[in-house]
Design a protein around this ligand. Structure first.
Ligand code: HEM
Length: 457
Protein backbone atom coordinates (compact mmCIF):
# COMPACT_ATOMS: atom_id res chain seq x y z
CA UNK A 1 0.00 0.00 0.00
CA UNK A 2 1.06 3.61 0.21
CA UNK A 3 4.57 4.45 1.28
CA UNK A 4 4.13 8.18 1.53
CA UNK A 5 6.30 8.59 -1.55
CA UNK A 6 3.53 9.70 -3.92
CA UNK A 7 3.71 13.04 -5.66
CA UNK A 8 0.35 14.00 -4.14
CA UNK A 9 0.41 17.57 -2.80
CA UNK A 10 -2.68 18.51 -0.77
CA UNK A 11 -3.91 22.05 -1.51
CA UNK A 12 -5.32 22.69 1.95
CA UNK A 13 -2.68 23.85 4.47
CA UNK A 14 -3.99 21.81 7.42
CA UNK A 15 -4.25 18.70 5.28
CA UNK A 16 -0.69 19.29 4.05
CA UNK A 17 0.51 19.70 7.65
CA UNK A 18 -1.07 16.42 8.72
CA UNK A 19 -0.02 14.60 5.55
CA UNK A 20 3.66 15.49 5.96
CA UNK A 21 3.56 13.89 9.42
CA UNK A 22 1.13 11.03 8.75
CA UNK A 23 0.68 10.53 5.00
CA UNK A 24 -2.87 9.30 5.34
CA UNK A 25 -4.23 11.61 2.65
CA UNK A 26 -1.49 10.53 0.24
CA UNK A 27 -2.41 6.96 0.99
CA UNK A 28 -6.10 7.60 0.34
CA UNK A 29 -5.29 9.46 -2.85
CA UNK A 30 -3.03 6.67 -4.04
CA UNK A 31 -5.47 3.87 -3.18
CA UNK A 32 -8.89 5.34 -3.82
CA UNK A 33 -8.48 8.28 -6.20
CA UNK A 34 -5.55 7.80 -8.59
CA UNK A 35 -5.52 4.01 -8.30
CA UNK A 36 -5.19 2.67 -11.87
CA UNK A 37 -8.14 0.38 -12.62
CA UNK A 38 -8.75 -1.62 -15.79
CA UNK A 39 -11.00 0.40 -18.08
CA UNK A 40 -13.10 -2.60 -19.13
CA UNK A 41 -14.57 -3.62 -15.74
CA UNK A 42 -18.26 -4.55 -16.04
CA UNK A 43 -21.00 -4.33 -13.40
CA UNK A 44 -19.89 -7.61 -11.83
CA UNK A 45 -17.01 -5.58 -10.40
CA UNK A 46 -19.35 -3.35 -8.42
CA UNK A 47 -20.24 -6.00 -5.86
CA UNK A 48 -17.07 -5.38 -3.85
CA UNK A 49 -18.25 -1.86 -3.10
CA UNK A 50 -21.78 -3.14 -2.44
CA UNK A 51 -20.34 -5.67 0.02
CA UNK A 52 -18.43 -2.98 1.89
CA UNK A 53 -21.66 -1.01 2.16
CA UNK A 54 -23.52 -4.09 3.41
CA UNK A 55 -20.89 -4.84 6.03
CA UNK A 56 -21.15 -1.30 7.40
CA UNK A 57 -24.97 -1.43 7.28
CA UNK A 58 -25.02 -4.73 9.17
CA UNK A 59 -22.62 -3.51 11.86
CA UNK A 60 -24.45 -0.20 12.41
CA UNK A 61 -27.96 -1.72 12.45
CA UNK A 62 -26.70 -4.64 14.57
CA UNK A 63 -25.15 -2.43 17.24
CA UNK A 64 -28.34 -0.39 17.44
CA UNK A 65 -30.46 -3.54 17.76
CA UNK A 66 -28.13 -4.81 20.49
CA UNK A 67 -29.00 -1.71 22.54
CA UNK A 68 -32.58 -3.01 22.86
CA UNK A 69 -32.03 -6.77 22.82
CA UNK A 70 -31.31 -9.13 25.74
CA UNK A 71 -29.52 -12.45 25.26
CA UNK A 72 -31.56 -14.28 27.83
CA UNK A 73 -33.60 -17.33 26.86
CA UNK A 74 -36.48 -16.22 29.12
CA UNK A 75 -37.02 -12.88 27.39
CA UNK A 76 -35.10 -12.85 24.07
CA UNK A 77 -38.21 -13.52 21.97
CA UNK A 78 -40.18 -10.75 23.70
CA UNK A 79 -37.27 -8.36 23.40
CA UNK A 80 -37.37 -8.76 19.64
CA UNK A 81 -41.14 -8.12 19.67
CA UNK A 82 -40.45 -5.08 21.87
CA UNK A 83 -38.03 -3.80 19.21
CA UNK A 84 -40.67 -4.37 16.53
CA UNK A 85 -43.54 -2.70 18.40
CA UNK A 86 -42.21 -0.22 20.99
CA UNK A 87 -38.82 1.06 19.91
CA UNK A 88 -38.98 4.05 17.58
CA UNK A 89 -38.34 2.72 14.08
CA UNK A 90 -37.33 -0.57 15.71
CA UNK A 91 -39.24 -2.47 13.01
CA UNK A 92 -37.16 -0.71 10.38
CA UNK A 93 -33.90 -1.45 12.16
CA UNK A 94 -34.77 -5.10 12.52
CA UNK A 95 -35.88 -5.49 8.92
CA UNK A 96 -32.80 -3.67 7.66
CA UNK A 97 -30.69 -6.15 9.61
CA UNK A 98 -32.66 -9.32 8.82
CA UNK A 99 -33.17 -8.57 5.12
CA UNK A 100 -29.64 -7.14 5.05
CA UNK A 101 -28.24 -10.58 5.86
CA UNK A 102 -29.92 -11.97 2.73
CA UNK A 103 -28.80 -9.05 0.58
CA UNK A 104 -25.25 -9.49 1.89
CA UNK A 105 -25.31 -13.12 0.76
CA UNK A 106 -26.84 -12.31 -2.63
CA UNK A 107 -23.97 -9.88 -3.18
CA UNK A 108 -21.27 -12.22 -1.90
CA UNK A 109 -22.46 -15.14 -4.05
CA UNK A 110 -22.44 -12.95 -7.15
CA UNK A 111 -19.00 -11.63 -6.15
CA UNK A 112 -17.67 -15.19 -5.83
CA UNK A 113 -19.33 -16.29 -9.11
CA UNK A 114 -17.65 -13.34 -10.84
CA UNK A 115 -14.30 -14.47 -9.43
CA UNK A 116 -14.85 -18.03 -10.63
CA UNK A 117 -15.99 -16.99 -14.11
CA UNK A 118 -13.20 -14.55 -14.82
CA UNK A 119 -10.47 -16.56 -13.07
CA UNK A 120 -9.79 -13.84 -10.48
CA UNK A 121 -8.42 -16.50 -8.11
CA UNK A 122 -5.46 -17.25 -10.37
CA UNK A 123 -1.93 -15.97 -9.79
CA UNK A 124 -1.11 -13.43 -8.51
CA UNK A 125 -4.45 -13.19 -6.64
CA UNK A 126 -4.40 -16.49 -4.70
CA UNK A 127 -4.17 -14.85 -1.26
CA UNK A 128 -6.82 -12.30 -2.18
CA UNK A 129 -9.12 -15.20 -3.07
CA UNK A 130 -8.28 -17.22 0.04
CA UNK A 131 -8.96 -14.23 2.27
CA UNK A 132 -12.34 -14.06 0.51
CA UNK A 133 -13.02 -17.69 1.44
CA UNK A 134 -12.15 -16.88 5.07
CA UNK A 135 -14.64 -13.99 4.91
CA UNK A 136 -17.32 -16.28 3.48
CA UNK A 137 -16.88 -18.83 6.27
CA UNK A 138 -16.95 -16.08 8.91
CA UNK A 139 -20.09 -14.64 7.30
CA UNK A 140 -21.82 -18.00 7.46
CA UNK A 141 -20.89 -18.50 11.11
CA UNK A 142 -22.08 -14.99 11.93
CA UNK A 143 -25.39 -15.41 10.09
CA UNK A 144 -26.03 -18.79 11.69
CA UNK A 145 -25.49 -17.40 15.20
CA UNK A 146 -27.52 -14.29 14.46
CA UNK A 147 -30.49 -16.41 13.44
CA UNK A 148 -30.47 -18.05 16.89
CA UNK A 149 -30.89 -14.72 18.72
CA UNK A 150 -34.67 -14.13 18.23
CA UNK A 151 -35.11 -17.48 20.01
CA UNK A 152 -37.95 -18.65 17.79
CA UNK A 153 -38.63 -22.24 16.83
CA UNK A 154 -36.24 -22.23 13.84
CA UNK A 155 -33.59 -20.46 15.93
CA UNK A 156 -33.69 -23.15 18.55
CA UNK A 157 -34.03 -26.17 16.29
CA UNK A 158 -31.57 -24.88 13.71
CA UNK A 159 -29.02 -24.40 16.47
CA UNK A 160 -29.79 -27.87 17.79
CA UNK A 161 -29.31 -29.55 14.39
CA UNK A 162 -26.09 -27.75 13.51
CA UNK A 163 -24.41 -28.01 16.92
CA UNK A 164 -25.33 -31.70 17.00
CA UNK A 165 -23.23 -32.21 13.87
CA UNK A 166 -20.13 -31.96 16.01
CA UNK A 167 -21.23 -35.05 17.92
CA UNK A 168 -20.40 -37.05 14.76
CA UNK A 169 -16.67 -36.49 15.39
CA UNK A 170 -15.30 -39.84 16.62
CA UNK A 171 -14.54 -40.19 20.37
CA UNK A 172 -14.53 -36.50 21.35
CA UNK A 173 -17.66 -35.42 19.42
CA UNK A 174 -20.22 -35.59 22.25
CA UNK A 175 -17.90 -33.76 24.68
CA UNK A 176 -17.23 -31.04 22.10
CA UNK A 177 -20.95 -30.63 21.56
CA UNK A 178 -21.66 -30.21 25.28
CA UNK A 179 -18.79 -27.78 25.52
CA UNK A 180 -20.30 -25.74 22.66
CA UNK A 181 -23.71 -25.75 24.31
CA UNK A 182 -22.38 -24.90 27.77
CA UNK A 183 -24.80 -27.53 29.08
CA UNK A 184 -26.68 -30.61 28.01
CA UNK A 185 -28.83 -28.95 25.36
CA UNK A 186 -29.13 -25.68 23.46
CA UNK A 187 -30.15 -23.32 26.24
CA UNK A 188 -29.50 -19.99 27.90
CA UNK A 189 -25.71 -20.44 28.00
CA UNK A 190 -25.73 -21.26 24.27
CA UNK A 191 -27.80 -18.17 23.45
CA UNK A 192 -25.47 -15.98 25.50
CA UNK A 193 -22.27 -17.14 23.86
CA UNK A 194 -23.83 -17.01 20.40
CA UNK A 195 -24.73 -13.38 21.04
CA UNK A 196 -21.17 -12.60 22.19
CA UNK A 197 -19.74 -14.25 19.08
CA UNK A 198 -22.35 -12.74 16.76
CA UNK A 199 -21.23 -9.33 18.00
CA UNK A 200 -17.52 -10.16 17.68
CA UNK A 201 -17.33 -11.86 14.28
CA UNK A 202 -18.38 -8.91 12.09
CA UNK A 203 -15.39 -6.98 13.39
CA UNK A 204 -13.16 -9.90 12.52
CA UNK A 205 -14.76 -9.88 9.06
CA UNK A 206 -13.99 -6.16 8.81
CA UNK A 207 -10.34 -6.93 9.68
CA UNK A 208 -10.11 -9.63 7.01
CA UNK A 209 -11.81 -7.30 4.49
CA UNK A 210 -9.00 -4.79 5.07
CA UNK A 211 -6.44 -7.50 4.28
CA UNK A 212 -8.57 -8.54 1.27
CA UNK A 213 -8.52 -5.03 -0.18
CA UNK A 214 -4.85 -4.62 0.68
CA UNK A 215 -4.08 -7.78 -1.31
CA UNK A 216 -6.27 -6.47 -4.13
CA UNK A 217 -4.29 -3.25 -4.26
CA UNK A 218 -1.01 -5.14 -4.52
CA UNK A 219 -2.04 -7.21 -7.55
CA UNK A 220 -4.56 -4.76 -8.98
CA UNK A 221 -7.95 -5.78 -10.34
CA UNK A 222 -8.45 -8.61 -12.71
CA UNK A 223 -10.87 -7.72 -15.56
CA UNK A 224 -13.31 -9.44 -17.94
CA UNK A 225 -10.58 -10.38 -20.42
CA UNK A 226 -8.37 -11.83 -17.70
CA UNK A 227 -5.43 -10.21 -19.50
CA UNK A 228 -3.11 -8.37 -17.11
CA UNK A 229 -2.74 -4.61 -17.29
CA UNK A 230 0.17 -3.85 -19.63
CA UNK A 231 0.28 -0.06 -19.81
CA UNK A 232 -1.54 3.06 -18.72
CA UNK A 233 -3.66 2.74 -21.88
CA UNK A 234 -5.42 -0.18 -20.20
CA UNK A 235 -6.50 1.72 -17.10
CA UNK A 236 -8.52 4.66 -15.84
CA UNK A 237 -8.16 6.35 -12.44
CA UNK A 238 -10.39 4.86 -9.76
CA UNK A 239 -12.01 8.23 -9.18
CA UNK A 240 -14.28 9.32 -10.80
CA UNK A 241 -14.66 6.44 -13.27
CA UNK A 242 -15.11 3.54 -10.86
CA UNK A 243 -16.56 5.50 -7.97
CA UNK A 244 -19.46 6.76 -10.08
CA UNK A 245 -20.15 3.31 -11.52
CA UNK A 246 -20.03 1.76 -8.03
CA UNK A 247 -22.42 4.43 -6.75
CA UNK A 248 -24.89 3.76 -9.53
CA UNK A 249 -24.80 0.02 -8.79
CA UNK A 250 -25.24 0.73 -5.07
CA UNK A 251 -28.38 2.77 -5.80
CA UNK A 252 -29.88 -0.02 -7.93
CA UNK A 253 -28.99 -2.56 -5.23
CA UNK A 254 -30.58 -0.35 -2.56
CA UNK A 255 -33.80 -0.24 -4.59
CA UNK A 256 -34.05 -4.02 -4.41
CA UNK A 257 -33.03 -4.02 -0.73
CA UNK A 258 -35.61 -1.31 0.01
CA UNK A 259 -38.30 -3.23 -1.83
CA UNK A 260 -37.74 -6.24 0.40
CA UNK A 261 -37.53 -4.15 3.59
CA UNK A 262 -40.66 -2.10 2.93
CA UNK A 263 -42.90 -4.47 1.00
CA UNK A 264 -42.01 -8.12 1.78
CA UNK A 265 -39.70 -8.03 4.84
CA UNK A 266 -40.52 -11.58 5.91
CA UNK A 267 -40.46 -13.11 2.45
CA UNK A 268 -36.99 -14.58 2.84
CA UNK A 269 -37.52 -15.75 6.43
CA UNK A 270 -39.36 -18.73 7.88
CA UNK A 271 -42.77 -18.17 9.54
CA UNK A 272 -41.94 -20.68 12.32
CA UNK A 273 -39.46 -18.21 13.73
CA UNK A 274 -42.41 -16.14 14.92
CA UNK A 275 -43.26 -19.02 17.30
CA UNK A 276 -41.28 -18.83 20.57
CA UNK A 277 -38.63 -21.56 20.99
CA UNK A 278 -40.08 -24.71 22.46
CA UNK A 279 -37.73 -27.62 23.24
CA UNK A 280 -40.74 -29.95 23.53
CA UNK A 281 -42.11 -29.35 20.02
CA UNK A 282 -39.96 -30.15 17.00
CA UNK A 283 -41.04 -28.35 13.78
CA UNK A 284 -42.06 -30.64 10.90
CA UNK A 285 -39.20 -29.41 8.71
CA UNK A 286 -36.12 -27.78 10.17
CA UNK A 287 -34.51 -25.60 7.51
CA UNK A 288 -31.79 -22.97 7.66
CA UNK A 289 -32.01 -19.58 5.93
CA UNK A 290 -31.96 -19.77 2.12
CA UNK A 291 -28.28 -18.86 1.79
CA UNK A 292 -27.21 -21.94 3.75
CA UNK A 293 -29.57 -24.36 1.97
CA UNK A 294 -27.10 -25.71 -0.65
CA UNK A 295 -24.71 -26.75 2.11
CA UNK A 296 -27.55 -28.23 4.13
CA UNK A 297 -28.55 -30.27 1.05
CA UNK A 298 -24.98 -31.61 0.76
CA UNK A 299 -25.04 -32.54 4.45
CA UNK A 300 -28.27 -34.51 4.05
CA UNK A 301 -27.30 -36.11 0.73
CA UNK A 302 -24.91 -38.43 2.56
CA UNK A 303 -26.47 -41.33 4.47
CA UNK A 304 -23.68 -41.34 7.05
CA UNK A 305 -23.68 -38.49 9.60
CA UNK A 306 -19.91 -38.04 9.81
CA UNK A 307 -19.63 -38.35 6.01
CA UNK A 308 -22.27 -35.65 5.58
CA UNK A 309 -20.48 -33.33 7.99
CA UNK A 310 -17.15 -33.88 6.19
CA UNK A 311 -18.69 -33.19 2.77
CA UNK A 312 -20.53 -30.11 4.01
CA UNK A 313 -17.40 -28.53 5.47
CA UNK A 314 -15.40 -29.91 2.52
CA UNK A 315 -17.67 -28.04 0.10
CA UNK A 316 -16.45 -24.78 1.62
CA UNK A 317 -12.85 -25.74 2.31
CA UNK A 318 -12.34 -26.89 -1.28
CA UNK A 319 -12.65 -23.25 -2.32
CA UNK A 320 -9.23 -22.63 -0.74
CA UNK A 321 -7.67 -24.97 -3.31
CA UNK A 322 -9.29 -23.44 -6.40
CA UNK A 323 -6.20 -21.41 -7.44
CA UNK A 324 -4.27 -24.67 -7.72
CA UNK A 325 -7.02 -26.91 -9.04
CA UNK A 326 -7.50 -24.80 -12.16
CA UNK A 327 -4.68 -25.67 -14.55
CA UNK A 328 -5.65 -23.36 -17.40
CA UNK A 329 -3.25 -20.66 -18.53
CA UNK A 330 -6.16 -18.51 -19.64
CA UNK A 331 -7.94 -16.71 -16.82
CA UNK A 332 -11.27 -15.57 -18.19
CA UNK A 333 -14.08 -17.98 -19.11
CA UNK A 334 -14.80 -15.59 -21.98
CA UNK A 335 -12.09 -17.45 -23.92
CA UNK A 336 -12.75 -20.89 -22.41
CA UNK A 337 -15.74 -22.48 -24.19
CA UNK A 338 -15.68 -25.74 -22.25
CA UNK A 339 -15.04 -24.23 -18.86
CA UNK A 340 -17.96 -21.90 -19.48
CA UNK A 341 -20.32 -24.87 -19.70
CA UNK A 342 -18.79 -26.42 -16.62
CA UNK A 343 -19.22 -23.10 -14.78
CA UNK A 344 -22.90 -22.71 -15.65
CA UNK A 345 -23.42 -26.36 -14.70
CA UNK A 346 -21.90 -25.50 -11.34
CA UNK A 347 -24.19 -22.50 -10.89
CA UNK A 348 -27.18 -24.68 -11.79
CA UNK A 349 -26.06 -27.32 -9.26
CA UNK A 350 -25.79 -24.73 -6.49
CA UNK A 351 -29.29 -23.40 -7.22
CA UNK A 352 -30.68 -26.94 -7.43
CA UNK A 353 -29.00 -27.87 -4.13
CA UNK A 354 -30.54 -24.75 -2.61
CA UNK A 355 -34.00 -25.92 -3.70
CA UNK A 356 -33.37 -29.49 -2.53
CA UNK A 357 -32.10 -28.27 0.84
CA UNK A 358 -35.58 -26.87 1.50
CA UNK A 359 -37.33 -30.12 0.52
CA UNK A 360 -37.82 -33.12 2.82
CA UNK A 361 -34.78 -35.43 2.85
CA UNK A 362 -36.51 -38.36 1.16
CA UNK A 363 -37.09 -40.10 -2.19
CA UNK A 364 -36.29 -38.24 -5.37
CA UNK A 365 -35.05 -35.19 -3.43
CA UNK A 366 -32.21 -37.15 -1.88
CA UNK A 367 -31.33 -38.81 -5.18
CA UNK A 368 -31.15 -35.44 -6.94
CA UNK A 369 -29.20 -33.91 -4.05
CA UNK A 370 -26.64 -36.72 -4.46
CA UNK A 371 -26.31 -36.08 -8.19
CA UNK A 372 -25.79 -32.35 -7.72
CA UNK A 373 -23.40 -32.91 -4.80
CA UNK A 374 -21.31 -35.12 -7.07
CA UNK A 375 -21.30 -32.41 -9.73
CA UNK A 376 -20.38 -29.75 -7.12
CA UNK A 377 -17.24 -31.65 -6.17
CA UNK A 378 -16.50 -32.92 -9.68
CA UNK A 379 -16.43 -29.32 -10.91
CA UNK A 380 -13.49 -28.58 -8.63
CA UNK A 381 -11.69 -31.92 -8.47
CA UNK A 382 -12.15 -33.21 -12.03
CA UNK A 383 -13.30 -30.49 -14.42
CA UNK A 384 -11.08 -27.66 -13.24
CA UNK A 385 -7.79 -29.57 -13.54
CA UNK A 386 -8.84 -31.49 -16.67
CA UNK A 387 -10.33 -28.71 -18.78
CA UNK A 388 -7.23 -26.59 -18.29
CA UNK A 389 -5.27 -29.34 -20.00
CA UNK A 390 -7.57 -30.41 -22.83
CA UNK A 391 -9.54 -27.29 -23.72
CA UNK A 392 -8.85 -25.29 -26.89
CA UNK A 393 -9.18 -21.71 -25.81
CA UNK A 394 -10.30 -18.86 -28.06
CA UNK A 395 -7.72 -16.22 -29.07
CA UNK A 396 -7.04 -13.93 -26.14
CA UNK A 397 -6.54 -10.20 -26.92
CA UNK A 398 -3.03 -8.83 -26.51
CA UNK A 399 -4.16 -6.16 -24.13
CA UNK A 400 -7.19 -4.68 -22.44
CA UNK A 401 -6.95 -1.59 -24.66
CA UNK A 402 -7.01 -3.77 -27.77
CA UNK A 403 -10.06 -5.71 -26.58
CA UNK A 404 -11.92 -2.52 -25.72
CA UNK A 405 -11.12 -0.77 -28.99
CA UNK A 406 -11.84 -3.78 -31.14
CA UNK A 407 -15.24 -4.54 -29.72
CA UNK A 408 -18.28 -3.57 -31.73
CA UNK A 409 -20.30 -2.57 -28.73
CA UNK A 410 -22.73 -0.14 -30.30
CA UNK A 411 -20.89 2.85 -28.84
CA UNK A 412 -19.52 5.57 -31.08
CA UNK A 413 -16.24 4.78 -32.73
CA UNK A 414 -13.42 4.89 -30.16
CA UNK A 415 -11.68 7.56 -32.21
CA UNK A 416 -14.62 9.84 -31.54
CA UNK A 417 -14.79 8.72 -27.98
CA UNK A 418 -11.94 10.67 -26.49
CA UNK A 419 -14.42 12.69 -24.41
CA UNK A 420 -15.14 9.60 -22.33
CA UNK A 421 -11.57 8.94 -21.39
CA UNK A 422 -10.58 12.61 -21.07
CA UNK A 423 -10.19 15.20 -23.78
CA UNK A 424 -6.43 15.47 -23.86
CA UNK A 425 -5.60 11.81 -24.21
CA UNK A 426 -3.66 10.92 -27.36
CA UNK A 427 -5.92 9.29 -29.91
CA UNK A 428 -5.08 5.65 -30.33
CA UNK A 429 -4.85 4.34 -33.87
CA UNK A 430 -7.67 2.01 -34.87
CA UNK A 431 -6.54 -1.57 -34.44
CA UNK A 432 -7.22 -4.13 -37.15
CA UNK A 433 -10.30 -6.26 -36.53
CA UNK A 434 -9.69 -9.82 -35.39
CA UNK A 435 -13.07 -11.03 -36.54
CA UNK A 436 -16.68 -10.02 -36.78
CA UNK A 437 -18.05 -7.63 -39.34
CA UNK A 438 -15.83 -6.30 -42.09
CA UNK A 439 -14.83 -2.66 -41.97
CA UNK A 440 -16.72 -0.59 -44.46
CA UNK A 441 -14.59 1.63 -46.65
CA UNK A 442 -13.97 4.87 -44.83
CA UNK A 443 -16.33 3.86 -42.05
CA UNK A 444 -15.99 2.77 -38.48
CA UNK A 445 -16.78 -0.87 -39.09
CA UNK A 446 -20.41 -0.32 -38.20
CA UNK A 447 -22.66 -0.19 -41.26
CA UNK A 448 -25.13 2.03 -39.42
CA UNK A 449 -22.57 4.52 -38.17
CA UNK A 450 -23.06 8.10 -39.27
CA UNK A 451 -19.95 9.88 -40.52
CA UNK A 452 -18.00 11.35 -37.65
CA UNK A 453 -19.06 14.89 -36.88
CA UNK A 454 -16.57 17.13 -35.09
CA UNK A 455 -17.60 17.67 -31.46
CA UNK A 456 -18.17 21.26 -30.45
CA UNK A 457 -17.18 20.90 -26.77
C1 HEM B 1 -17.57 -8.95 3.25
C2 HEM B 1 -17.26 -9.57 2.15
C3 HEM B 1 -16.39 -9.02 1.05
C4 HEM B 1 -16.04 -7.73 0.79
C5 HEM B 1 -16.46 -6.47 1.55
C6 HEM B 1 -15.19 -7.76 -0.39
C7 HEM B 1 -14.65 -6.63 -0.98
C8 HEM B 1 -14.01 -6.62 -2.19
C9 HEM B 1 -13.71 -5.44 -2.98
C10 HEM B 1 -14.04 -4.01 -2.55
C11 HEM B 1 -13.11 -5.85 -4.11
C12 HEM B 1 -12.68 -4.96 -5.28
C13 HEM B 1 -13.89 -4.64 -6.14
C14 HEM B 1 -14.46 -5.82 -6.86
O1 HEM B 1 -13.69 -6.56 -7.50
O2 HEM B 1 -15.68 -6.05 -6.77
C15 HEM B 1 -12.97 -7.27 -4.04
C16 HEM B 1 -12.35 -8.07 -5.00
C17 HEM B 1 -12.23 -9.44 -4.95
N1 HEM B 1 -12.85 -10.28 -4.03
FE1 HEM B 1 -13.93 -9.68 -2.44
N2 HEM B 1 -15.03 -9.05 -0.81
C18 HEM B 1 -15.75 -9.86 0.04
C19 HEM B 1 -15.86 -11.24 -0.06
C20 HEM B 1 -15.20 -12.04 -0.97
C21 HEM B 1 -15.31 -13.46 -1.06
C22 HEM B 1 -16.19 -14.31 -0.16
C23 HEM B 1 -14.49 -13.87 -2.08
C24 HEM B 1 -14.19 -15.26 -2.60
C25 HEM B 1 -14.36 -16.35 -2.00
C26 HEM B 1 -13.87 -12.70 -2.64
C27 HEM B 1 -12.96 -12.70 -3.69
C28 HEM B 1 -12.53 -11.56 -4.34
C29 HEM B 1 -11.62 -11.58 -5.48
C30 HEM B 1 -10.99 -12.79 -6.13
C31 HEM B 1 -11.45 -10.23 -5.85
C32 HEM B 1 -10.60 -9.70 -7.01
C33 HEM B 1 -11.49 -9.54 -8.16
C34 HEM B 1 -10.84 -8.96 -9.35
O3 HEM B 1 -10.06 -8.06 -9.25
O4 HEM B 1 -11.19 -9.45 -10.42
N3 HEM B 1 -14.33 -11.61 -1.95
N4 HEM B 1 -13.55 -7.73 -2.88
Amino acid sequence: MGHGTSSFQPKNKTVRWIDSRLPIFSLMNEQAVDFPTPKNLNYMWTFGAILVLMLVTMIVSGITLAMHYAANAEIAFERVEHIMRDVNFGWLLRYIHAVGASMFFIAVYLHIARGLYYGSYKAPREILWMLGVVILILMMATAFMGYVLPWGQMSFWGATVITNLFSAIPFVGPSITEWLWGGFAVDNATLNRFFALHYLLPFMIAGVVILHIWALHVSGNNNPTGVSVKSSKDTVPFHPYITIKDMFAVVVFLLLYGWFVFYVPNYLGHPDNYIPANPLVTPAHIVPEWYLLPFYAILRAVPDKLGGVILMFGSLLILFLVPWLDTSRVRSARYRPMFRWAFWGFVFSCVALGYLGAMPAEGIYVTLARIFTIYYFAFFIILMPLLGLIERTKPVPNSIAESVLDKDDGLPDPQEQTWIWGGNRPRSPRLPRLGGRATLPGGSGRPDAAPAAPRKD
